[in-house]
Every structure is written in structure tokens, then in C-alpha cells.
Design a protein around this ligand. Sequence first.
Ligand SMILES: *Cc1c(COP(=O)(O)O)cnc(C)c1O
Length: 397
Amino acid sequence: MRGHPRQQSIGVDMVFPMTNTVEIPDALLPEDGRFGSGPSKIRRAQIESLESEWKTLLGTSHRQQPVRQVVASIRTGLAELFSLPEGYEVALGNGGASAFWSIACASLIEHKAAFGVYGSFSRKFAQEAAGAPFIDETVVFESDPGTYRIPDFREDVDAYCWAHNETSTGVAAPIMRVAGSAAQGALTIIDGTSAAGALGIDITQADVYYFSPQKAFGADGGLWFALLSPAAIERAARIEAEAKRPGSKRWIPSFLSLSTALSNSRKEQTLNTPSVSNLALMSQQIAWMNDNGGMQWTQARCSESAAKLYSWAERSSFASPFVKDEQARSNSVVTIDIDDRHSADQIIAALRENGIVDTAGYRKLGRNQLRVGVFPSVEPSDVEKLTQCIDYVVDRL
Ligand SMILES: *Cc1c(COP(=O)(O)O)cnc(C)c1O
């Protein structure tokens, strides 16, 4: 932050060395320095909407009409944003996308699932399923970070799972049903967490599209949302009925029951108490997206921002896009490799001292890399300025 001491203490005995400090001129700085890939920038108008509603909404019962109206506006707003076909429904609950992995294992995968694994998030879902005692050994189709891998057709699975956007690597994967999967009655379960609201999707190609609000929707973490096809709804109801039979090995805790979540959602509620302020932030953001032209508008905006970074990196003498296949480059999370003459950590630290935050690569990927969230809330003009700030810092470090 501006005006902060240039020498920041981070913990007891760690101090940023003075030699790293670069002061970026005000004229170069973006208006808003939040470029995180989740949590991501929350727009001021969202916060202001909380201000105007604080007394009638915040601190009031989620079982009463004012909060239920907010939930209703989220559900109808998402249906509009994604042009949901007849029969698809919107469910929500507490716990974020990570909780939804457990819900999918308990309530959606019947015997066996195939996973595309190409980064930390797609791997976590596969691992969750591998740990569920009532699911057969999972089938994993893996590819290197920076690429994607859609699962192949398999006779013996009842679900195909992959991520629309692998947030740890900045890779966007196509969403199209695996050939033969519909005929075998298998579900297509897509992690849309850092894609939903930013990258286009034909939702008829998925049975379940789930996401958290703290990425493209620029709200807070802690909730999950899922768009469900009639086949997914039917699957969850059937598995749950079977789990209740004597002798069943499957345990579906009520927190992980998709049918329970859906019946609450239909009443514009959640199973247990949600963060009301987060619902309000989410509702505000969906309305903002729909009012400005819906998914076509958000998609175009994110693609404009991403293109600024990719083309800058391609021109740069020290930076290059991490994802080589242009078709696989994400328009919501952009990963940029830095050559080994420069330290990404130093660049990231110098940016942070100037109020430009959360540009670090995914820790476990372990690359000399910047990662920038260019979700709809981020102004494309600020992304342009970010590239200038990076150049400025690198020239002076
Ligand atoms: C952030 C993220 C998650 C985890 O979301 P939480 O809300 O933290 O549970 C899962 N999948 C993807 C693709 C993500 O980007």
C-alpha cells in the first residue's frame, strides 16, 4: 500500500530487503491493485449495496422473506446468465467447491468415475473420490501442467469429471460431453470454479456445473453453487434412496446430500446458516453481469484483459505465456513465466509494496511465474497498467 513503510516486517525476523524497493509512479498504477485468482477483487458497488441494505438484510433470519428473496434473485439470475434449459435447476449450500467434491462423491458418483487431471484442483477432486470407500477405484487421465486432459470413454464408469479452468496453471479446457457418455447414462460433472461467469459454456454439455463465488463472481468464499441437469437430479435422488436401504455401504451425511441441498434451494434457503452478506454480494454481481449484457459481455471483457497480458508477454524480453497452446490459454486466470535472469518472487513483492497484490503463481506448481486473475470485476485498463508496472519494476530491480 502507498504510504506504508517501504521496509515491511513480515513476522518476527523476516524483513523485505531495502534493495528490492521500487516506487512505481502514481500515473502508472492501476486504479485497483487487486489481481488475485481467488479471493478476487470485490467491486465497490457490491460493498455499497450492502451499505444500503444493511438494516433490512444483514443480521436477519435466512428463513425469512428478505434473505430468501436474495437467494431467489441469485437462482433466477444464474438461470438467466447461463441460459439454463428447461428442467435444469440451481442449488447452493455452504462449504465452497471443496465441499462440493465431497457432495459429488456421496450423492452423484454411483460406482466409478473417470477424471481429467492436469493441475492441483482437478487432482483434488480425483483424490477425494479415490478416498471414498463406497466408490470403486477411480480412473485418472492425466496430463502435464500447462495442458489439459479430457477423460476418454470408458464402459465401466458412471461419471466423467474435469475442470473448465485449472486455476493452478491457467489452463481452460473445452466442455463437451465425452462421446458415448450420454448413451451409457453417465453424468458429466464440471468444476466451473474459476470459469463460471468468465468463460462461455454450453450448459447442455454438462449435468453438473459447480463453482464458488470468490473467483469470477467477485464475492466471498464459503458457498457453493451448482447448475444441475434433470439427469443429475434424478441420480442424486436414486443414490440417496438406495443408501437408505438396509445393508447399503453408502453413508450420505445430510451436509453432503445433494437432494437435501436442492430441496432447501427450491425454498430459497440453505440447509444451514449461510453468510448473508456473501449472498448479497453474489446477487449484486450476477445482476451487474446480466444488466451489462450477460455472459457475452463478461466473456468479451475477460478475453480483452487476458489478451493484453498474453500479447504483452509475447512481446516481452523476460516474460512468456506459460500455456503454449493458445487454445488452452485461460481468459480468466493468466499465467506468465519469468525467465531466470529475474525472480518472480521479487517482482511480486515489489508490486505488493505498491499496492498491486496477489500476482503470485500457484505455490505447488513451483515455477518462476506470475498469475493474474482477470475476472469480470477487473478493469481491462487496469490490466494494461499492470503490464506497465511489471516492466517498470523489472527495469529497476
Ligand atoms: C478455488 C478453486 C476450488 C476450491 O474452491 P473453494 O471455494 O476454496 O473450496 C476448486 N476448484 C477450482 C477450479 C478452483 O479454482
